[in-house]
Design a binder for this molecule. Sequence first.
Ligand SMILES: Cc1cc2nc3c(=O)[nH]c(=O)nc-3n(C[C@H](O)[C@H](O)[C@H](O)COP(=O)(O)OP(=O)(O)OC[C@H]3O[C@@H](n4cnc5c(N)ncnc54)[C@H](O)[C@@H]3O)c2cc1C
Length: 442
Amino acid sequence: LLDGGALVTSHEWGYASGQLAGREPIAFQRARVMGGCSAHNGCVVAVGCPEDYDRWAALTGDGRWSSVSVRPALTRALERMRVRTYGEDEVGPFHGACLAAAAFLGVPRADDLDDLDGGVGFGTESVNIEAGVRFNASFAYVDPARDGDNLTILDRAICDRLRQTDTGVEVTVQRDGEEVRIEAGRIVLAAGAYGTPAILERSGVGDPALLRSAGIEPLVDLPGVGRNLHDHPLAEVEFAGSARLRSLLSESAAVRFTPEEQTLGKLRSSRASGPYDLHVFPVAANEHSLLAGRVALAVAAMEPLSRGSLHVTGPDPEAAPRIDHGYLTDDGGADLAVIEEGIEWARELAAAEPLRELIGREITPSLDRRVSAYHAHYFHPVGTCAMGDMAAALAVCDGEGRVFGLDGVYVADCSLMPVVPRANTNLPAVLVGEVIADALLA
Ligand SMILES: Cc1cc2nc3c(=O)[nH]c(=O)nc-3n(C[C@H](O)[C@H](O)[C@H](O)COP(=O)(O)OP(=O)(O)OC[C@H]3O[C@@H](n4cnc5c(N)ncnc54)[C@H](O)[C@@H]3O)c2cc1C
C-alpha cells in the first residue's frame, strides 16, 4: 500500500456490477483499510474548477460551498496531504514523450491540476506522493491525533447501523463476531459513496418501499438515500508498447521513481459547460498493478449526466450492496459522445512525434465494439447521500452534512457531493472533510 507509483490490488471490499448485457461485469474497487481509498489509489490530485463548487453552493443554498468560501479549506487540504506537482526533472521517458506529443499538437502546457483556476492544457500531475510513498489521508489526519487522549480507534470493526436515542445516537458495530454499541451526542458517517448510504438504509433511513423489500423496517422516509450515484465514465485506448519503451522504462525504474501515471490533459469537448470536461491521461503500468501492465491513453468524461443507484439487499452489513452506476445511460447520449471525442484526441496524441514510435500499435481489445461494451470508470463514485435544499426531492443532507430527519447524524465523504467535480475525487473528499469539520467545530 505504500508504493505510490502503481495501483494496488489488495485490501478490497470486492464490489462489482453483477451480470450486464453484452459485456463483462464492472469491478467497483473500494479499499477496506484505514485512510479508505486514499491508501490504495493513484495519488493524482485534482481540484476541479470554480463552477463545480459554486454549483454545490447553489444546490444547497449554503454559501460555505462557494468557490470563494472553500479556498482556505482547499489550501489546508493540499498542505495536509503534502501535495506537490512533478517537476520536469522527475518525468520518466514515457511521460516525457507524452508531454512532447501534446506540445506537437499545439495543446498548451499546464502543470496546474491542483489549481482551481487552471484551464485546458496538458502537463505534469500533482500528487500526494512523498519520496515514492503514497501519503494517505490517515497519515495526514489520523497520525497527528494518535497520541491525544480524545481518540479511540476500533480496528477490524464494521459499522452496522445507528439508532436515534433520547440523548443522541447509538451506533451498532460488528467486531470479531460480537456486537459493540457506541453512544454519542453526534456522529459523522464517512464510509464513502457505497458505505454511507448502506449504513443509513440498514438503519431504516431511505425509501420505505425499497427498505421493506430488503426486510428492513422503515423509520425515516428519505428517498434520496442511495440514489444519484454517479462517477466519471472512462474508456482506454490501449497500445502494444515497443521494445524501446520497455527498455527505457526498465532503465528508468532502475535508477529512479518511475510511476505509471505522471501526465494528464484537461480538454474541452464540443459539449463542455465550463473550462473543460475531459481528462486524457497516459498510463504505462507494471504487471503487478491493478492496471496489469497496460500501455494506454485513458479518456474520462468529467461532467457526466448519467445517474444510477446503490441499495442494500438486506440487513447483513457484510453483504455487498446492489450497485448500478447507470454509466452512459443519459438521455441524448452526451456522456458517450464526450468520451468518443476524447478517444479521437487520444489517437491523435498517440500518432504524434515522439510518442508514435514508443507507444506502438493500437490494440484496444474491443476496437470493433461500441464503447458501452468495454468502458470502465475513473473510481470516483459520489452523490448517494447528496446535500441539497431540504425541498429538493433527492436531498439527504443539508449544507452542513446533517442528515434530514435525524438529530446529530452527519455525513462527510464523497456521498455528500451532489454533483461530481471535474476532478479526481480524493482531494475534494478531503476538502469535504475540512468544511464539515469547520461546521461542527463552529
Ligand atoms: C483504485 C482507485 C484509484 C483511485 N485513484 C485516485 C486518484 O489517483 N486520485 C484521486 O483523487 N482519487 C482517486 N480515487 C478516488 C478516491 O480515492 C476516492 O474518491 C476517495 O478516497 C473517497 O473518499 P471517501 O472518504 O468518500 O470514501 P472511501 O475512500 O471509500 O473511504 C471509506 C472508508 O470507510 C470504510 N467503510 C465503508 N463501510 C464501512 C462500514 N460499514 N464500517 C466500517 N468502515 C466502513 C471503508 O473501508 C473505507 O476505509 C481512486 C479510487 C480507487 C478505488
